[in-house]
Design a protein around this ligand. Structure first.
Ligand SMILES: [Fe+2]
Length: 473
């Protein structure tokens, strides 16, 4: 260590510290001062400076700068590594994003392709359908021309459906006989007498023939001939309506006969339910309801006790209160486990019950009931069966008394299955309910423009003292 005056201090000397003149304040510096500015800032005027005389600036610079360089190199290395890592992450992220975009694009292309394919198929189907319709219309035109020429040549033309006016009186007679038959066997059951299910065959066959001649006549009779004896009429109504629905579903005559008989006997168990429960004007108590709910099993037992009753008829009695979703009774079975015939019977059973007058309720209009059943088709019934039933009865069933948009009133006589809102209406009264010269209008043949003649509402004929049955004959 060497002691020197401040003025002797040169840049590059290693300053250990300094002392003021009075000798009191020794200050430690312990580093080389590298410029005059640094000396001026660090060492006050007039002090004695202690320096390391053996200090080699070049060596210090080499070592110090070397270390600095090394540190900077390391820092740069670390920064580089960090940047590389960041870059790799960014690259990864970018690739992932690119992949996502590519996937999305591919998916979108696939969807577009499948949509285009579906549209193409749809268009092809529509074209096919239109070609088929054109073909059918051409065939119908041809057969009409042929029929006309046959007629001119004296060949008798076979009408596709017997007119309602012709079939209605026949169906009316069949219906009265059928109700008498139902009264007979139900009374026998009540008295514990045996009966032969085969006795129902003429009745059922009669209705099948009637339905093949005209699908609407027997159905119209069921709703227009309101007897007070629901127990008897209900079994016949269910039989008739089941035959109509079964025909629509493509059943053959033998199957329709079984179905018709299943309809006749489906509620036979009710013969054992006390009258005060069957015809109670108010709501049934829990106990009464429990008794009422025994009728399917009781019916099954009654039929099983008769001679050789077909299985289908037995099952319809047992299963007609089962529901397609399993919420029915007595067994809570569902879907296809319920026999097809029982599924058909359950649809028409509900329709007839709701459209019939009972001591505890007024009848609901058929169009309203069909609407309700359409709502229930996904829970209570097999959906397509309800839809076929609605198609076979029509939105405005034959026999509906309606008001047209002209104010005139009439009765629906012929359904139009392709345009269910536009049947044939026989106009009978004007807008003030005064009789007019009767004429029929096929609403489907009118131009479908705004203000065209259409059905405006269903009217209750009883409120106007109109007997619809007489208008159908
Ligand atoms: Fe029942």
């Amino acid at each position: 260590m060497k002691r020197i005056a401040r003025d002797e201090l040169w840049p590059g000397m290693y300053v250990i510290g300094f002392r003021k003149r009075d000798g009191e304040d020794a200050v430690t510096v312990d580093r080389p001062l590298l410029s005059r500015e640094e000396i001026a800032e660090t060492v006050p005027e007039g002090v004695t400076v202690f320096v390391d005389e053996e200090f080699e600036l070049s060596e210090w610079i080499t070592t110090h700068i070397g270390l600095e360089v090394e540190r900077e190199r390391r820092e740069l290395e670390e920064a580089k590594l960090a940047l590389e890592t960041q870059h790799a992450e960014l690259e990864h992220e970018r690739n992932r994003f690119r992949q996502e975009v590519a996937d999305w694009h591919e998916h979108a292309m696939e969807r577009a392709a499948s949509g285009a394919k579906a549209r193409e198929e749809g268009n092809a189907k529509r074209v096919e359908e239109m070609a088929r319709m054109r073909k059918e219309m051409a065939a119908a035109r041809k057969s009409r021309q042929e029929a006309r020429s046959h007629k001119q040549a004296g060949v008798v033309e076979e009408p596709p459906q017997t007119p309602i006016e012709e079939e209605f009186p026949r169906a009316d007679k069949l219906y009265s006989d059928a109700v008498s038959y139902a009264r007979g066997f139900i009374d026998d059951v009540r008295e514990g007498k045996p009966f032969d299910y085969r006795d129902s065959m003429p009745t059922v066959d009669g209705f099948i023939d009637s339905v093949f001649r005209n699908e609407s006549a027997a159905a119209a009779i069921c709703k227009l001939k309101m007897y007070d004896e629901y127990t008897y009429t209900h079994s016949i109504n269910v039989s008739v309506l089941a035959v109509i629905l079964g025909k629509r579903l493509g059943l053959d005559r033998d199957q329709l006969r079984l179905l018709g008989m299943a309809g006749v006997f489906h509620d036979v168990g009710k013969a054992l339910i006390p009258d005060e429960i069957l015809n109670k004007p108010g709501k049934l108590s829990d106990t009464e309801m429990e008794i009422m709910r025994t009728h399917p099993a009781e019916g099954y037992k009654i039929l099983k006790g008769q001679k050789a009753v077909p299985d289908v008829v037995l099952r319809a009695a047992l299963e007609h209160h089962e529901r397609y979703d399993g919420r029915g009774y007595p067994r809570g079975i569902k879907g296809e486990k319920i026999h097809l015939m029982s599924r058909i019977i359950s649809v028409v059973d509900v329709y007839d019950a709701l459209t019939s007058k009972r001591v505890y309720k007024d009848p609901l209009p058929p169009s309203k009931v069909l609407g309700m059943m359409y709502q229930w088709r996904l829970s209570d019934f097999q959906p397509n069966i309800v839809e076929h039933f609605i198609k076979s009865l029509g939105v405005y069933p034959v026999g509906s008394f309606v008001r047209l948009s002209s104010g005139e009133h009439g009765v629906v006589t012929v359904l139009n299955s392709s345009m269910p809102l536009k049947p044939v209406v026989k106009v009978v009264y004007n807008n003030r309910m005064q009789p007019v010269t009767r004429y029929s209008v096929n609403l489907a043949n009118l131009p479908s423009e705004e203000g065209a003649l259409a059905i405006e509402d269903i009217v209750n004929p009883d409120e106007h003292g109109v007997e619809v049955a007489s208008l159908l004959q």
